[in-house]
Design a protein around this ligand. Sequence first.
Ligand code: NAD
Length: 383
Amino acid sequence: MSVKSFSRTGIDWEEKMGVYNIAVIPGDGIGTEVTEAACKVLDAVAGKFGHQFVYKTLLAGGCAIDAHGVALTPETLNECKKSDSVLLGAVGGPKWDNLPGAERPERALLDLRGGLELFANLRPAILYPQLSSASPLKDENLKNGIDIMIVRELTGGLYFGDRGRRPGGVMPDGSPKGMEAFDTEAYSEAEIERIVRVGFELAKARKKKLTSVDKANILESSRLWREVNERVAKEYPEVEYEYYYVDNAAMQLVRRPGDFDVIVTTNMFGDIISDEAGMITGSIGMLPSASLGKPGMPGMYEPVHGSAPDIAGQDKANPCAAILSAAMMLRWSFGLGEEADLIEQAICAALDRGYRTPDIAYTQNCIRVGTKEMTTRVMESIV
Ligand code: NAD
């Protein structure tokens, strides 16, 4: 798929002579193993196409707490801002589990998203035919395959609205309510429009179908969401546009996932729907993601999985999610669609030849390999 880049629109890559500066944040646990794998694959691509990927390795997450006392230093954020793109592994682990929320390793993710103004989260959910037995769905629900791109709004809505606690008054029977907690869902037209446009642009380059997910029968913020969606849809007559209430979307995703192409939705609905879509494809070790900001700002690319402390340092992690995240980086930040396609085909080729890390080794006749060998097997097709 050859499409224009989103995040770095306006950059003249030819002037940069094929040199791309990538901030690499391995993070904690298996983050270090899978980012190493992704960089190896990127280097193979660079060798084939004559690009130069220049990496700057940065600390964030638990390792940054150990080194600097905070999950993300202003200096690290600044380095990320100066880069052309950010490749992240995963952060967190039991060592830091007892820290208060604001001091935990995961704080780095929120600060990176906020600092880089990453408002669009892209999570593809693809069912690889070689791994179809990993899906919890029946064959009849999978007959059209699964190839969905979830576009989740990332910097607004319920997760960023006013929140707090206050005295709750009294119940109808006069008994005290105790404290009451509240969170607020707020979206502006501008916030909705920019994420919806990402959805339509993606749909235009794919199967030309966009599903907008909201709760417009109940929520005022969803009614504005739908109004803006419908207005923008008029500019994309080539894209089939439909909308679902979130509860129905959750049901249809398991009933007939093959009917969806691009789904655009709010922060909280996207959080839930994207996990559901990921789950029905099988292993978490195969799920990449991209977070994109406004033109001129670097995007951030990371596997969906966490730091998997239970398998860290044992050469058991599936590197595919991180490698596929690197492919998304090439496509969406650098406009290198051919190179991205090649990486995705190389993953399929390794699966076709039977290579499987333990998390996806379901069948007797597959060849069980570790992180390093899986990476080598993927690289074999990039020549
Ligand atoms: P997890 O994704 O790390 O692991 C869940 C399960 O999936 C584990 O059994 C793990 O072994 C397995 N798994 C995950 N990735 C795998 C891979 N690439 N290959 C093979 N198996 C894989 O989720 P968790 O256990 O809930 O969280 C562990 C830590 O990661 C926590 O500290 C959590 O806060 C953090 N976390 C970080 C991110 C992130 O950095 N974006 C995301 C989720 C969780």
